[in-house]
Design a protein around this ligand. Sequence first.
Ligand code: SF4
Length: 689
Amino acid sequence: ARLHRLDRTETTCGYCAVGCRFELYSDDERVLGVRATDPDAAPANDFSTCVKGKFGYGFIERDDRLDTPLIRDGDGFREASWAEALDRVASELEGARDDYGPDSIACFASSKCTNEEDYLMQKFARAVLGTKNIDNCARLCHSSTVAALLGTVGYGAMSNSIEDVSNADCYLFSGTNTTESHPVLATKVKRNVRDGAELVVVDPRKVGIAEHADQYLRPKPGYDIAWMNGMARHIIEEGLHDAEFVEANVRDFDALRSKVEPFTPEAVEELTEIPADELTEAAERIATAGSVVFGWAMGLTQHSHGTNNVRAMANLALLTGNVGKPNAGLSPFRGHNNVQGGGGDMGTLPNTLPGYQDVTDEAALDRFEDAWGVRPPDEVGLKVTETFEAIHDGDVRALYVMGENPALSEPDITHAREALDTTDFLVVQDLFMTETAEHADVVLPAAAFAEKSGTFTNTERRVQRVGKALDPPGGARQDWEILQSLADRIDHDGDRWDYRNPTEIFDELTDLTPIYGGMSHERIEREGGIQRPCPDADHPGTRFLYGDGFNFPDGKARFVPADMGEPGELPDEEYPLTLTTGRLLYHFHTGTLTRRVEEITDHAPESFVEIHPETAEALGIDDGETVRVESERGHIDVRATVTDRPGEGVVFVPMHFADGAVNTLTGERYDPTSGIPEYKIASVRIDPI
Ligand code: SF4
C-alpha cells in the first residue's frame, strides 16, 4: 500500500547486460523499492530481477556521493564551482592539444553510461578535441569476441536473443559463470534444462551453472582451443557436421579440417586433462541436438589468445549449423548494462565510428563531417590497454575518464596507477571518489542511472529506455550535460552543441547509425525495446542475426581456424599455482556501486581466495585462514576458502574488491588481435601468514 503513494518510474537495470526492466518507486529524494514490470514490457526478464537489481540501489543515496566538482590541491582536493572546474578542464585539454597535438589526449567512455552519453563522448573526442584516441572498458571484456565474430560471421554481437537462449535443445557453455554474472538469464537456462534441454559446461572452475549440467568437463586453464578443435575434429571425423549448411553458408571448410586434424581425443586429453571419452561424448551431444546455443563470457575471452578461443567456438557453431535459426546461435554474454550499445554500437572504439563504420571509410567520414561540421580523425586510435603504455612513453599527456575505474580494472594495477600519476592532466567523471578519481586533477560529479534518461542496449541487442526517477544530488549532473558544457568552452571547428535533452541526441545518432536507423525514444517506449539492426521505421528489429545470410558481401560465414596458443604465463617453482579471476553474484565489476550497498556487503563483505582441498592440504592452509597470494607483480592478503570449485593447482580470486585487489597480481600480457588482457591466467604462490 505504501508503494502506491510513491512515484513510479519504468527503467532498465544499471548493473548487468541482461537488461532487466523494472519500476523504481521513489519519493522526492530516494528510491524506496524496485518491482519487476510485466512480461510484455520486459521481454528480457519477465517478472524477475536478481539480488543486485532488487536490492542494489542503496548507493544512490549514499552520503559519500560526489555532489560538487573537486580540484586537486596538494595531496588532497578542494571543492570548486562548476564554472571553475569546467574552465580548468577545458583549458588543460586545449593546452595539451595545442602543445602536443590532439592525439596527446585520450578519452575513455563508459559501458555504464547511456547510448546518448557515449555517442556524445566519442563525438567530444573526435569533433571537439580532434583526437583519434577513444575507447572503453569493453576492451577488457569482449574485445576478443568482437574481433573473432567480425571475421567469422560479420557482426561483433550476440547472434541470438534471450528468447532463443531460453528455448534451446542443448547448450555448450564455456567460461561463463552465468548463475552469478547473468542471474536472470541463468534462471531461464536452468528452467529449460529442468524441462529436458541438455547442458554441457566446460570450465576450469566448477561454476554454479555446472551443477545443472549433463556433462561438466574441467580443462586445464588456458588450453581451450585444444578441446574446441578436438570437438570439431571428432564431429568431422564421425560425419556429424551439418554438411549441407556448411556447403551452402560457410567458406574454408578444408582449412578448418586440416587445422583440427592433430587434435585427436588422446592429444586433447594430454593437453587439457579432459578424458578422451568425455570429450567425444560432449562433441556428439552438440552435433546431434536439434538446436544448440554456444554461450561464453570472460573465461574464454580474457586470454592472450582470446580471439582464437572465440574463433574456435564460432567454428563449432557453424560446423553444426547452429547459426541463423531460432533457439540456437552464438551467445557472448555481455557484462555491463550498456556494453553492447555504449561500449560498441556508439563508436566509443578506436577503430569504428557509431554503427561500426570504419574510421578509414571515406564515405562514412563524409557523412559525419556533414552532420558535425568537422571531419573525424581518419586513423585508428589507441586501445585502453595501449593508452597506459603511451602515457608511460609520454605520447599521451591528458586523459579523460568517464565512469570507468582503471585503477582497479587494469591488469597490474601498480603499473596502471603509476601511469595515472604520470599524466599531465587527468579528469575523472563519476558518482564516487573511486580508486581512479583519487589520482585525478579534476573530479566531476555525475548522475546515477536512476537520475538520468536515455537508452541502454542489452546483451541481446535490445535497445531499452532508461527513466529518470530522481534529480542528482547537490550539483551532480548527467554526463551528457557535462560533455555539452565542456564542448561549449573548448575552441573547435565543428558545429555548436545545443542539445536540450537525450531525445535530441538520440535523433542525431540514429541518423548516423544505420543499425539504429528505425528507432526513436517514442517507438522504443511503445514497443518495449527494439533489437538492432533496425534500419528503418517499418523494420520490426532483429531477433536473431544471419537468417538471411552472413554479414559479408557474399553472404557466407568463414571458418577461421584457431591456432593453439599456450598461456602467456606458466607455473614454475617460485609461482607454482595458476590464478584465475571472476565475478560473484552479489557484486558488480570493480564494486564502485555494490561495495557501497549494505544489503550487498552483508552477504559478500570482502575478497578471498578459493583453493582446492588437495592444494590447501599440501600448503598447510585451513579454511578461513588469512593467506598471502603473491605473483611477481605484487601480493594481496586475503581469507582462504577451501573448496573444490577450482581444480587442483588452480586458485580463484574475485574481481570486485579494492582491499585484496586481484589485479595487483595479474600481468600485462595481451591478445595481439584485440588487446584484451590475460586476466584469466597468472602464476602465483600462496603462503600462510
Ligand atoms: Fe540487473 Fe542483471 Fe540482475 Fe537483471 S540479472 S536485475 S539486469 S543485475
